[in-house]
Design a protein around this ligand. Structure first.
Ligand SMILES: [Zn+2]
Length: 507
């Protein structure tokens, strides 16, 4: 008799249903796994054998063949231990209902205990979409699995508990209140607040616009101008996560094993600061065991690159495709995986190698050639993808002493950002996007219409500054956000003028 158990295999942040088939033959004792298993699945053989024996069940005396179907999907991860063990127990005649609407996920330790596994949310989510009604997971993964609505979740401590569930000791179902997680965990206590940043009105406005429309931004300024501090303050004005965004992020963090098993929902917009020595794989994702990189961990949040001109040019160049497409494709030997990567790129750099070009008090010691070489680290196509470029001058000693009034607190700025985001979400309800920065060429034509006078003004400006077609579109998107911040229905001349300022600042 062939016994069956249902489980899932991860594909990027999605998954598909997998059928585990177990058969035994009278042959030399052995256990073999077929159906494109990787090493972690192959190792299941030893863990499953010990776990079954140490849970007080007998293990087949002959040869055990485990087939994972469909065979063309690569199976990775230690969560195949449990469905393989369930299949073997069923084959041995243990009383587990032959119900193919019930799935199993979990790693087994040698004593039969169930261990936490990564990627449970995407796995269970895929199973629910495949019509599965019940899932058994390790107890520590139960709350995470229960984030998927409409599927029964049972968390077990031991393999034996699952067998007992079907005979005399039922396990209690796990349920969670997602909205409560979202409300309780929404963190409003930020370390860095704009009220502590003196002056810099233009840069602050640029950050507000960036946060409101999800635009990429670059700040150029001397050391001590406060650009890094302002970038850190950005986290305090970003809007709270919507439930859909929170679930998307939780899937990513689940795959990377970065969730808190007690409060598994990611409720804070990510803010990832990356150092210029970080590897290309670390930023983009990949490596021998491909994992999402920083750009995916920054999905729906901020990727901050301090000292942007110090990064390897090659590392910066690979950001171009994800910045354009909102996702990243990671190639592997046999296939490739797509991860989401809709992040706001925020960069900070000095205006020149010594850092004091344009400073009011210190003199720049760089040659024209050195300045050109330094700036050329950021290629034209990369700069094209940055919507706002803003100079952040260092305040003079006098300005620092004389600016005594406290600045506007982040909480006030955030209110405007939230309002502008709501306007966008409503406008793009049917488009499947949330912010102006995501507008496609066709959508720009539809939503960023200009009156005749404003349009001819923008055309003249693009000729004067020799702006590319891509830049023209980005100015329109930026102007749309500036208009949304003032709650204006149409983009006006003043919005275009302001958008142009941020686009041609460093040219
Ligand atoms: Zn210099």
């Amino acid at each position: 008799m062939v016994a069956k158990a249902i489980t899932a295999a991860a594909i990027g942040i999605n998954s598909c249903k997998i059928e585990v088939e177990v058969d035994t033959t009278q042959s030399l004792p052995n256990i073999s796994v077929v159906g494109l298993p990787d090493n972690s699945v192959n190792e299941a053989r030893e863990r499953v054998r010990s776990a079954i024996k140490n849970s007080g069940f007998s293990f087949p005396t002959g040869k055990v063949i485990v087939n994972l179907a469909p065979a063309d999907i690569r199976k990775e991860g230690t969560h195949f231990d449990l469905p393989i063990a369930i299949g073997i127990l069923k084959e041995q005649g243990i009383n587990i209902p032959d119900d193919l609407n019930t799935a199993f996920l979990g790693e087994l330790s040698l004593d039969g205990a169930l261990r936490y596994v990564n990627g449970v949310l995407p796995l269970v989510s895929g199973l629910k979409d495949a019509g599965i009604s019940t899932v058994f997971v390790p107890e520590e993964n139960a709350k995470e699995a229960a984030l998927v609505q409409g599927i029964n979740v049972f968390g077990a401590k031991f393999l034996g508990d699952i067998v007992a569930h079907f005979t005399d000791t039922p396990i209690q179902k796990t349920t969670v209140d997602i909205n409560k997680y979202l409300e309780e965990n929404a963190d409003t206590d930020y370390t860095y607040d704009f009220k502590d940043v003196k002056g810099q009105q233009k840069a602050k406005k640029a950050l507000e616009i960036a946060a409101a429309g999800g635009h990429n931004l670059l700040m150029s300024g001397s050391p001590g101008s406060g650009k890094t501090l302002m970038a850190k303050c950005l986290a305090s004005i970003l809007p709270p996560l919507e439930l859909q965004e929170a679930l998307e992020l939780t899937k990513i963090y689940s795959i990377c094993g970065l969730l808190n098993s007690d409060k598994p929902l990611v409720t804070k917009r990510p803010y990832r600061a990356v150092h210029h020595t970080a590897s290309k794989n670390g930023i983009i994702g990949g490596g021998t065991n491909p994992r999402p990189g920083e750009i995916t961990l920054a999905h729906r949040g901020v990727l901050f690159l301090d000292e942007m001109a110090e990064f390897e040019r090659q590392t910066l160049e690979v950001l171009r495709q994800p910045l354009e497409d909102g996702d990243v494709v990671i190639s592997r030997t046999k296939n490739s995986i797509k991860y989401p990567a809709k992040f706001m790129l925020v960069g900070a750099m000095n205006p020149c190698p010594c850092g004091f070009l344009g400073d009011k008090e210190k003199e720049c010691t760089c040659s024209e050639f050195q300045i050109q070489r330094y700036r050329s680290k950021l290629s034209g196509p990369l700069l094209d993808r940055i919507d706002l470029i803003v100079n952040v001058p260092r305040l003079t000693t006098d300005e620092l002493i004389n600016t005594k009034t406290e600045s506007e607190p982040s909480s006030e700025i955030q209110k405007r950002v939230i309002r502008a985001r709501k306007i966008q979400a409503k406008r793009y309800e049917q488009e499947g996007i949330l912010t102006n920065s995501e507008l496609s060429g066709k959508q720009i034509k539809k939503y960023c219409k200009l009156d005749e006078k404003t349009e001819s003004f923008l055309k003249l400006a693009t000729q004067k500054y020799q702006l590319s077609g891509r830049k023209y579109d980005r100015i329109l998107k930026l102007a749309r956000t500036i208009a949304d911040l003032s709650e204006k229905e149409n983009i006006e001349m003043a919005d275009i003028t302001q958008a142009l300022q941020y686009k041609v600042d460093m040219i």
